[in-house]
Write a protein that binds this ligand. Structure first.
Ligand code: CU
Length: 418
């Protein structure tokens, strides 16, 4: 076949692929961040400006992954995408206000955004995007990762605009919206953390998905005003675990829904989000987040939920799991009631206490650290900090395995309570 025939063929294929509106175009745009360096077994997190489509249009789909310098997707056992959040700068967030509207996020579950046909998230050529990343390196050497994200983008057509509604059981309490599941309950016992959000307008929820961490059972959205369960996002477990274990593995997938009809919600309706976790063991630094997309407009009050297109995965109960320390604690056993938390180690790594003791960690790092129980009779954690102190009263005997979630391979501690 000659060159000319090949061009003709390509042109006719392109014409056939065009939608009915001659001007309309859907493209997949690919963006890659500069290199992000992550220390051995370390965590890197930072906000950065992000490239965005420089023409007016609508985002209809999105996904993100970590690639190496050659553009190859990195395995979860190298630099893992722990969390990523995209936001439009200068636009208040739907639920939390402030200066950035969160519109897309992924965690270990790799939830891609895919809006139902005819709906899109409006983007202007002049809009500016930011992203907040958290990467984790599972190798003993410094590695660089690049976040590559693809945007499915529609121009030349008017779509039904949607607004991102970010619901979180921690309800806008800062950059690290975590809570601790204490554990210590019977097999199959659960722990629930909930938060309410009152809808400021009416509309249809046309897409939604969830985010849970290790130990998550389900993430449930209810319309409390209508006494209806709207949607439950369920975790799928399994697949290879990124080794060494630097955190309790999370779901590999969370179920999500799409609907062109949408789930009706009315102005004033109270949406209640509940994160339900296994409570037979501690699950510290847990999360419960659901990102929904609302197409504003008049609806019938407490109208029926339509049939949803659900990407279910293979949901099951979280597998029983006991997190080991990445290395053995060393040094002589301390019986003091306090220790320091400094750059990349705890003052004492082996501690023996009497039940009822109130123990104090004093922070004095040049970077942030924390105290996170990864296994033990009761789970608790201290927030990321460089200064100040954190106390915990040990009321239950047993062995507490502790690390800094930001430097898990370096900062370990074991406290035995008798
Ligand atoms: Cu640390």
């Amino acid at each position: 076949m000659g060159t000319f025939s090949r061009i003709l063929l390509a042109v006719s294929a392109a014409v056939l692929a065009l939608p009915s509106l001659a001007q309309a175009e859907a493209r997949t745009l690919t963006f890659t961040t500069p290199a992000i360096s992550v220390e051995p077994y370390g965590v890197a997190q930072q906000p950065m400006l992000a490239d965005s489509p420089k023409v007016d249009g609508y985002v209809v789909g999105m996904e993100a992954e970590v690639v190496d310098a050659q553009g190859r997707v990195q395995g979860r056992d190298k630099v893992m995408l722990h969390h990523i959040v995209f936001a439009k700068i200068g636009v208040p967030d739907y639920t939390c206000g402030g200066a950035a509207e969160r519109f897309f996020a992924e965690g270990e579950e790799r939830l891609a955004l895919s809006l139902p046909r005819g709906h899109g998230y409006l983007n202007r050529a002049t809009d500016r995007w930011g992203l907040l990343y958290m990467l984790m390196n599972h190798k003993p050497r410094r590695l660089s990762g690049y976040i590559r994200y693809t945007v499915r983008y529609v121009t030349g057509e008017t779509l039904t605009p949607v607004k991102p509604v970010w619901l979180d059981v921690r309800n806008c309490t800062g950059p690290d919206p975590v809570f601790d599941v204490p554990g210590g309950g019977k097999t199959f016992s659960t722990f629930t953390r909930s938060a309410n959000f009152t809808m400021p307008e009416s509309g249809r929820l046309v897409s939604g998905g969830g985010h849970l961490h290790g130990g998550g059972v389900r993430l449930e959205l209810q319309n409390a005003s209508c006494r209806m369960t709207v949607f439950a996002s369920r975790p799928t477990w399994g697949g290879p675990k990124p080794l060494p274990l630097l955190h309790e593995p999370g779901p590999t997938k969370m179920s999500s829904f799409r609907s062109t009809t949408g789930i009706p919600v009315s102005k004033g309706d109270v949406l209640r989000l509940s994160a339900i976790y296994d409570n037979s063991a501690p699950h510290t630094r847990a999360m419960g987040i659901m990102l929904l997309f609302l197409a504003p407009g008049a609806v019938e009050r407490c109208g029926a939920t339509p049939a949803l297109e659900v990407d279910l995965g293979r949901p099951s109960a979280p597998p029983p799991f006991s997190m080991p320390l990445p290395r053995s604690p060393t040094g002589k056993v301390s019986t003091a009631k306090s220790t320091w938390v400094g750059d990349f180690r705890y003052g004492a790594e082996r501690i023996l206490l009497r039940r009822g003791t109130t123990f104090t960690w004093s922070f004095r790092g040049s970077v942030q650290h924390d105290v996170t129980v990864i296994a033990g009779p009761i789970g608790f954690s201290a927030p990321w900090t460089q200064t100040g102190s954190f106390t915990h009263r040990f009321t239950k005997a047993g062995t507490y395995r502790i690390f800094c979630s930001l430097h898990p391979a370096k900062m370990v501690q074991q406290i035995t309570v008798r």
